[in-house]
Design a protein around this ligand. Structure first.
Ligand code: HEC
Length: 294
């Protein structure tokens, strides 16, 4: 045998393994000591691992190329949402709402508790050195594990209950669920589901000539604070898309000058904000050109 083992040396193995029982640190014998029974990690074993890895990787590549990830619908900045993490982070999300993990105690919550928890995880190999492997014979470790699992289940559940209650209280429906339900209804009626945003947008009034400098004037004159940057209106300010259907240039110029209903006169304010008379005139003209397509 290699490495100068005395042939008459009594070798004691640990359990079933081929690792010699030694004093102190276990030094595994060289694989060449067991011809035909073992193999070198480098290169034999590593090469096998790599080959399996390459096959899996190529499989993934083929899948990603043949089935490109679909684009979701465009984000709607106007939609009201309750931001929520993915389900596997719900427990952390809920945990960070606890009084002693947030507010004045946020350092304790984010660094202190998690530091202790993950520090303890790092120390497990040194703390939990017993030989026993059955979990019911390792009360402390098992108790900690079950406690953590219970806490995670509890926190996840309360996060989700809280979320659904909040949705109900505010009468919201998450956008993706709303879309799914609408698509389902359409499918029941035999219509193609509106799965992409383009067809959903097409029954809206489009902005005519959105490249016009009047768009800038609209911003400068702060019209968009009430009528919305997308001109879809908000609150009691009506949409300005298609406004040219009912109002001509003079009427709009009059509204800018004198206001209308709860809209204050905007003329002087716009001039003070650096908008020129000419720009206001062009704005009125451009708004009057906002007509629905048909
Ligand atoms: C403080 C909020 C506010 C601002 C700022 C504002 N508007 Fe208005 N606007 C309204 C409201 C509210 C109405 C609806 C008035 C009514 O009919 O009672 C309205 C109505 C209008 C109308 C008539 C729309 C229709 O269909 O009857 C036009 C045109 C209009 N605004 C243009 C403008 C322009 C141009 C600006 C910028 C110079 C501007 N608004 C700034 C709140 C605002």
């Amino acid at each position: 045998m290699a490495h100068g083992h005395k042939p008459d040396e009594k070798v004691v193995y640990v359990g079933d393994s081929r690792v010699r029982k030694g004093k102190g640190f276990i030094v595994p014998p060289d694989y060449t000591a067991y011809p035909g029974k073992s193999e070198a990690f480098i290169p034999n074993f590593l090469l096998k691992e790599w080959m399996v890895g390459v096959v899996v990787l190529v499989g993934f590549l083929v899948l990603t190329i043949s089935e490109p990830a679909p684009l979701g619908y465009p984000a709607d900045p106007g939609a009201s949402v309750i931001p929520m993490p993915d389900w596997y982070f719900l427990f952390l999300y809920e945990y960070l709402k606890l009084p002693y993990a947030s507010g004045d105690y946020v350092v304790l919550g984010t660094l202190g508790v998690t530091g202790v928890a993950f520090g303890a995880l790092l120390l497990v190999p040194f703390l939990d050195t017993g030989k026993e492997r059955r979990f019911y014979k390792r009360p402390i470790t098992s108790a900690l594990m079950f406690l953590s699992i219970l806490a995670i289940i509890y926190l996840t559940n309360s996060a989700w209950t809280h979320y659904t209650h909040e949705l109900e209280a505010t009468g919201q429906k998450p956008e993706h669920i709303d879309r799914e339900e609408k698509a389902h209804e359409r499918r029941l009626q035999g219509l193609p589901p509106v799965s992409n945003a383009k067809s959903a947008e097409s029954d809206e009034v489009a902005i005519v000539d959105p490249e016009n400098p009047a768009m800038e004037t609209l911003k400068k004159a702060t019209c968009i604070t009430c009528h919305g940057a997308d001109l879809k209106g908000q609150g009691n300010a009506p949409a300005l898309r298609g406004v040219g259907d009912s109002l001509d240039k003079d009427a709009i110029a009059g509204i800018i000058k004198n206001g209308k209903g709860s809209m204050p006169p905007m003329h002087d304010q716009a001039i003070a904000a650096g908008v020129s008379e000419k720009e206001l005139d062009q704005l009125a003209e451009w708004l009057a050109s906002q007509k629905t397509a048909e």
